[in-house]
Design a binder for this molecule. Structure first.
Ligand code: THU
Length: 128
């Protein structure tokens, strides 16, 4: 694994709290200064209160005062690489803009795409 951000997402996945789905996800968000903010999915017995790895990473960074981001890596153990869910795409768009999204699995498969390709014609503040 040559990309340190992908490696950080895989490492963050180790902390996933996913007793209900057993679907473990890690995320690593790189800010414009090169600092990395990690997240993992944290599930809840109500299911609906579960928070995805990507949102944990974004909200951790926001709560530390960081407002500018370059890219995010998302790690899950799937052959077809796991992309951010719809809710996370909306949050990423709002706070990170058209960042690079690096998808990765533990077997060395990766794919990089722009958020805009995953989330075309987004609803955002420009409509308000
Ligand atoms: N999940 C994430 O953390 N990120 C994704 O990109 C997809 C889904 C989590 C939510 C839930 O804990 C589990 O994966 C199953 O959907």
């Amino acid at each position: 694994m040559t990309d340190p951000l992908a490696a950080a997402a895989l490492q963050a996945r180790e902390n996933a709290h996913a007793p209900y789905s057993n679907f473990r996800v890690g995320a690593a968000l790189e800010d414009s200064e090169g600092h990395v903010h990690t997240g993992c999915n944290v599930e809840n017995a109500t299911y609906g209160l579960t928070v995805c790895a990507e949102r944990v990473a974004v909200l951790k960074a926001m709560s530390e005062g960081v407002r500018s981001f370059r890219r995010i890596a998302v790690a899950a153990d799937t052959g077809t690489l796991t992309p951010p869910c719809g809710a996370c795409r909306q949050i990423l768009w709002e706070f990170c803009g058209d960042i690079e999204v690096v998808l990765v699995n533990p077997h060395g498969k990766t794919e990089t795409l722009q958020l805009k390709a995953l989330f075309p014609r987004a609803y955002d503040r420009s409509f308000l």
